[in-house]
Write a new protein. Sequence first.
Length: 386
Amino acid sequence: MKILNKSIKQMKLDEVSVLLGQLRIPTSFVLTPINLEEEEEKFFESDTYNPVFKYKTVRNRNDEIFRKLLSVEEIIDVDPRISDFYISLISSKKQANDLINSVGNNEAITDISIERFGFPSGKLFRNSCRVLRGNTKSYNLVKVDKSKDRRLYEYDEILGIFQNIFTMLNLNGWKVEKSSNIRKNSVRVGIKSKEIFVDEGIKRDALMLKKTLIHEVGTHVLRTVNGLNTGFPALGNSNLPAYLDAEEGLATWNESNVNVLTESSLKRKVALTYAIYVGGNLSFRELYNCLHGIFPKQSAFNVAYRVKRGLSDTSKAGIYVKDIVYFRGFRKVSSSIAKNPSLYNSLYSGKISIKQCEWVEDGLIPRASNVPTKDQWLSMFRKVGL
């Protein structure tokens, strides 16, 4: 007698949350070439070479887990809007899984990423060009006096500053950890482990350190913590692609609001949109040459790399469009807060999109309890000596 595998069409929130938590989709890790340093060196030693990237895949049980999740049509113990969100999230996670399984396939990375994150509109592209030409009057940017010697903070001091900020924000359990798995002089938030991963050779001046704090802790960490307090675990973790525009857009808006957003920083974010728009049919070298007309060589390489990662032979066509969210998100968040200033607090209720702020107004999810004001941030900066 044949035993039939009956698919489950209804689940409770706890059940689906457990399964989602078992998925392993480390997109940034998988799309980072294992030979990046080697290929970068070859690139700069030549005037014609295009990187050929190699990647490391990860073992997981995702296919087994998706067999259970993809049959689910309803989360039965939540509001229908939350149920619809989780059903969409399952499909989105499947798409993200398809993306990492396509690493090295130029055409697939291009198609899936455009479907997932969208492509720059003509208007967004034109606005990116205006910024790159130096038309930045509509943005609140801080001027940097390059004639002054800047004191550079190193790892041990930065560790102490982060710990003091955690204490002032009542972020219990969060800590800083050294990491050798991130790019030089960079910082990354580890949501599940409640850690800020920092390159042990990091050096930041006061302005850049304030920018890091308001961006990583003041946006990413606080939206995570507040989202986990909603009772819906997905709102404290990476979820639907639409949340990324709010996430990165709010982070840049915060930088601008506390006067740490520089013209060079804005231009780097804008350059990603520009590169995505023009770079799909260009080789890595051709795109780099376009960017090098605007940026120093290392910055030009970094931007080209960001939109060509995930590809294998970069002499061929292909583009990874995720980084459109930085400039597009900044413009969306800026416009939305200008129209409705109360939206700022609502955006802190979790890793939600701008549209999902309606859930806060409707009482579907609680208002964020931890949203420092601009004055509070400036006071915290002073207290830690910045």
